[in-house]
Write a protein that binds this ligand. Structure first.
Ligand SMILES: [Zn+2]
Length: 482
């Protein structure tokens, strides 16, 4: 019974966090069925998501949990039926479960015990790093399709190494994707080779291994942040302080519960920053909120909707943000101060749970600018003087995943300011979350669907068209800066 109670509590928490049940039901059902956190996304996918009133969501959740709890007994590794445990699949699954538990308990030697010298030399830095992290849990799941039920060896089994941190949201999961060869040695299995599974990474988007697995690192904890960084320069304290100030300033503006905290990874300098976030993203930015979704993790759902950004953290370039000591007033990026950049990126982080691949760039950026308290009045004046805003339209902006162009951001900043001042923040966040709630995994989030959803939601939530919003935005800019 406690398992069902736990599942129900998880479910309620997710409803609290999002008002809509979305994937909460899937998580609860999964936990009730298997009795532990497994690879949720491959186990369960609730295909159709509808937004329902809170009461209905709670009812639905209770029913699902009750039914699944009653119908399926918990299956734990130790309760594995003898026949199943004797198969190669059962044995290998149990091996990885034991290794994950050992690492979570801080036992590096036990984790590495079943590895050949070659595999060991690759995984030792991962194990040693992980043992120093404040982890709340580790899970290792083998793709069973890669393992023949009665084989003597396994080639190229895909392994999901998943971990999550103490004090951060428990659905903020981090991954390392490995590929392993295994051989049977008598009654035991040995991992004979281990490597990064390159097929499951975008190899151009930064280092596949996290900072803690590739060299020495330190951790610092504040009330809402866990910071990870290489030993060396100072400045981490002042960046964490900025982040705390941003958190305090930003979260009263949200109309839903904040996450308990976030991971902040600090790069020592530009090169390390580029290594962590990818050279193209790193260009001219000093901090970035990053999200890896099921799609990025390459779980066979590429390019479809219904993806949840499950890995959320912020990367900061320490040198650029602090000038090597304390936070510098001169370290500006495109006219925006360091504190505001961090608050803007924290805004993106705060919204990731309710962000969809269908959400157009202008909605995401407008929201982050609002949460950071940005009012780009100088750019409004400049854009008015050159007539730049006449070339912009929400018809075009709504199709794109990102905001581009010199005056794109300031136009969007004005539109969001207008919407929030005129109709309130609560309504704006309903609009924001509408994209998530319309998400259906069979539909591709391309330009056309993004545009269609924006039109539909503008109409549904605000009763206006994209042209109306263009007109109101231009009027707003003239009023504020004309
Ligand atoms: Zn942004």
């Amino acid at each position: 019974m406690p398992r069902v109670v736990r599942a129900f509590k998880t479910c309620l928490r997710h409803i609290d966090a999002s008002d809509f049940y979305t994937w909460a039901a899937a998580v609860s059902l999964n936990e009730a069925l298997v009795g532990r956190r497994r690879d949720r996304h491959t186990t369960w996918m609730i295909v159709v998501k509808v937004s329902v009133p809170r009461r209905t969501a709670v009812g639905l959740c209770s029913a699902l949990v009750a039914v699944s709890g009653a119908c399926f007994p918990a299956s734990r590794p130790s309760e594995e039926p003898a026949g199943r445990a004797a198969t190669a699949q059962g044995q290998i699954r149990a091996l990885f479960e034991r290794r994950a538990d050992a690492l979570a308990a801080g036992s590096v030697e036990e984790y590495l015990g079943s590895l050949s010298p070659a595999a060991r030399s690759f995984e030792a830095p991962i194990a040693r790093g992980a043992a120093k992290l404040p982890l709340a849990g580790v899970r290792m799941v083998v793709r069973e399709a890669d393992v023949a039920p009665d084989g003597q060896s396994v080639d190229g089994a895909r392994i999901d190494f998943t971990y999550w941190f103490e004090g951060l949201a428990e659905d903020n999961l981090f991954h390392i994707f490995l590929i392993n060869d295994l051989e049977r040695r008598g009654s035991r299995w040995q991992v004979t080779s281990s490597a990064i599974d390159e097929a499951r990474y975008d190899m151009h988007a930064g280092s596949p291994l996290p900072l803690w697995a590739t060299g020495p690192f330190r951790t610092t904890r504040s009330e809402h942040f866990l910071a990870l960084y290489r030993p060396g320069p100072g400045g981490i304290g002042s960046v964490v302080q900025l982040a705390e100030r941003a958190y305090a300033d930003l979260f009263p503006k949200l109309t839903f519960d904040p996450e308990p905290g976030y991971l902040l990874v600090a790069a020592r300098n530009e090169d390390e920053y580029a290594e962590l976030v990818g050279p193209r993203t790193a260009e001219s930015s000093i901090a970035i909120a990053t999200a890896e979704s099921v799609r990025a993790a390459g779980r066979g759902m590429s390019g479809l909707g219904g993806e949840r950004p499950e890995t959320r953290h912020m990367v900061v370039d320490l040198e650029a943000a602090t000038g090597g000591g304390s936070v510098s007033d001169h370290a500006h990026v495109e006219g925006v101060g360091v504190a505001q950049v961090i608050q803007h990126e924290l805004g993106h982080l705060a919204l990731l749970r309710v962000t969809s691949t269908f959400t157009p760039g202008w909605v995401k950026e407008g929201a982050a600018m609002y949460l950071a308290g940005e009012r780009r009045i100088d750019e409004w004046s400049a854009g008015l003087a050159t007539g730049a805003f006449e070339d912009l339209s929400f018809r075009t902006l709504s199709r794109a995943e990102n905001v581009r162009g010199e005056f794109g951001y300031s136009y969007v900043n004005a539109a969001t300011s207008y919407l929030i001042e005129r109709f309130g923040a609560k309504t704006f966040f309903e609009f924001y979350r509408g994209f998530k709630d319309f998400e259906v995994i069979e539909v591709k989030p391309d330009k056309a669907t993004r545009s269609e959803r924006t039109q539909r939601l503008l109409n549904l939530v605000y009763g206006i068209t994209e042209r109306d919003l263009d007109r109101a935005t231009r009027a707003y800019i003239k009023d504020a800066a004309g």
